[in-house]
Design a protein around this ligand. Structure first.
Ligand code: ADP
Ligand code: G3P
Length: 512
């Protein structure tokens, strides 16, 4: 229920994430009024393949929106707008006439398009993709996943060319359903999500015809690219139509860009890093489209209505929190994720062990699908407590490598890092991060920065908040860690880490 401190009106945000969907209702001060959340099934049909059932996700989205509204004890008149944020790159194709997905969604972690990406690199060349889309050719991104579906599901290409099918990332799927589905649902995406497809030209913010042709995705199935904060349509039809009919659907941002926005990183050089299953560090680069020569992604940070887009540099790390889960579930060395901290604190250092979790290759800054995980420096001395240290240090070193790449590409020194996500409850990790970065690490009061960013963008679109200055005033520091490690130790340890990273490369023979 709402209390005396949280008088309406409100903004709601949906976060359609990799493991769950949630809805949060926020008040004007950016405080959380209510939350509802539901997990969905992770489908692993083969090694390296990861899928989601898009119908299950849509059912969950409806349930959590209804749940959050009920918990807040509010009605449609109290909600000024709803915003969307989502797991990025996860790809879906559905029938525009029936609304039925033609296949499960292919999730961002799925590696089935590895060979296809290598083939495209040979035939078309990496450079063109990098230059026009800001991305390396990698199985992570959406365009090749759409091509895989068209090549592998019978009859799909003909149906796509006839204009019967729609392509979308999860923002597009949710907005299309929210705004009426088969009955006139809006087929749109925003610039941040489109910038993860390998199909959008970063200079024009439009689908790049030649690139779409090279990848083999027909233009007829692509959504319209819109800004991240504008009214795309209203909630109509179905269960949510009854509950919230007429509420404007007013923002869409990929989850990492939403976290950048929720952390109020509105100035050039401001940087956030989100520590969940994976880790994603994003730096606002303002109106500068910086081509990375250091293995980062060039992407869109956000675009508010008619304003110019704001660009960003991103370092994506595939495995961080999931390494802690692996220690718990596969190794049984801890029984809860939080226990890793207690175990690691029972020793003074890593005992000489370095753990590089290249479980599905290495993302930034290497983009090597042939790498596999390594624990280096093992001696009889090493205990599970040293390994726990090495696990936490792996997250901190991977961040350091990305921070170095960002400084190289942008010329901006990191003066402070804003953090969020489940792993930031680990104090030892946050201290280690500050030590390895040699910079302060700060965590805000509202840890749900992803939903908050989507709510902020939706609120700006409908005039609930007037400007980003209003939003900055809501950001409050909850905790800060400052560096304590001496430079000689840091340099020695960093060298050892980089040596361990080298050992991961080339483990899987290039089959392409
Ligand atoms: N105290 C902790 N120490 C280290 N890792 C943690 C801790 N608590 C949670 N995690 C890790 O954080 C991840 C969950 O964070 P969350 O932000 O909810 O992730 P996501 O949004 O990717 O699902 C899990 O992978 C878990 O292993
Ligand atoms: O849903 P998350 O938090 O795991 O985020 C996934 C990222 O958007 C993938 O690029």
């Amino acid at each position: 229920m709402t209390d005396a401190h949280t008088a309406g009106p409100f903004i709601a945000a949906i976060d359609q994430g990799t493991t769950s969907s949630r809805c949060i209702v926020f008040d004007r001060d950016g405080r959380i009024v209510s939350v509802d959340q539901k997990e969905h099934e992770q489908i692993f049909p083969r090694p390296g393949w990861v899928e989601h059932d898009a119908n299950e996700i849509w059912a969950n989205v409806q349930e959590v929106v209804a749940g959050a509204v009920a918990k807040a004890g509010i009605t449609r008149d109290d909600i000024k707008a709803i915003g969307i944020t989502n797991q990025r790159e996860t790809t879906l194709v559905w029938d525009r006439h029936t609304g039925e997905p033609v296949h499960n969604a292919i999730v961002w972690q799925d590696t089935r398009t590895d060979a296809l990406c290598r083939e495209l690199a040979r035939n078309v060349g990496q450079d063109r993709f990098r230059r026009e889309t800001g991305l390396p050719l990698a199985s992570y991104f959406a365009g090749p996943k759409a091509r895989w579906l068209l090549d592998n599901v019978e009859g799909l290409r003909e149906r796509a060319e006839a204009g019967d099918l729609l392509f979308g990332t999860m923002d597009t799927w949710v907005i299309w359903n929210l705004t009426g589905g088969v009955d006139g649902g809006r087929h749109v995406t925003d610039v941040t999500n489109a910038s993860r497809t390998l199909l959008m030209n970063l200079h024009t913010m439009q689908w790049d015809e030649r690139i779409c042709e090279s990848i083999g995705v027909p233009a007829q199935m692509l959504p319209e690219i819109r800004s991240s904060a504008e009214v795309y349509g209203e909630i109509r039809g179905g269960r949510l139509g009854e509950l919230l009919g007429g509420v404007p659907v007013a923002s869409a941002l990929g989850d990492q860009q939403a976290a950048l926005f929720g952390q109020t990183c509105f100035s050039e050089g401001e940087t956030k890093s989100t520590y969940g299953t994976g880790t994603f560090m994003v730096m606002n680069t303002g109106d500068k489209l910086i081509n990375s020569y250091s293995g980062l992604l060039t992407t869109v940070g956000y675009q508010i209505g008619d304003a110019k887009p704001v660009y960003a540099l991103e370092g994506s790390i595939a495995v961080t929190g999931s390494l802690v889960q692996w220690m718990r579930d596969q190794m049984g060395l801890i029984s809860t994720a939080a226990e890793i901290e207690t175990l690691a604190l029972s020793v003074e250092d890593n005992g000489g062990a370095y753990f590089v979790p290249a479980f599905s290759g290495l993302f930034a800054p290497y983009w090597r699908s042939d790498a596999r995980g390594v624990i280096a420096g093992l001696t009889r001395y090493v205990t599970k407590a040293h390994l726990a240290r090495a696990v936490l240090e792996a997250t901190a070193w991977q961040t350091r490598e990305i921070a170095d790449a960002m400084t190289k590409d942008s010329g901006v020194e990191l003066t402070a890092l804003k953090v969020d996500g489940g792993m930031t409850s680990n104090n030892l990790l946050m201290q280690t991060l500050s030590d390895f970065l040699d910079a302060p690490v700060v965590r805000p009061m509202v840890a749900e920065t992803t939903c908050l960013g989507a709510a902020y963008a939706a609120g700006l679109a409908v005039g609930f908040w007037n400007s980003t200055d209003d939003l900055r005033a809501n950001w409050r520091r909850a905790a800060e860690w400052t560096p304590r490690m001496d430079a000689a130790t840091r340099d020695r340890e960093y060298k050892n880490w980089l040596k361990a990273v080298e050992r991961t490369m080339g483990w899987i023979a290039d089959e392409g």
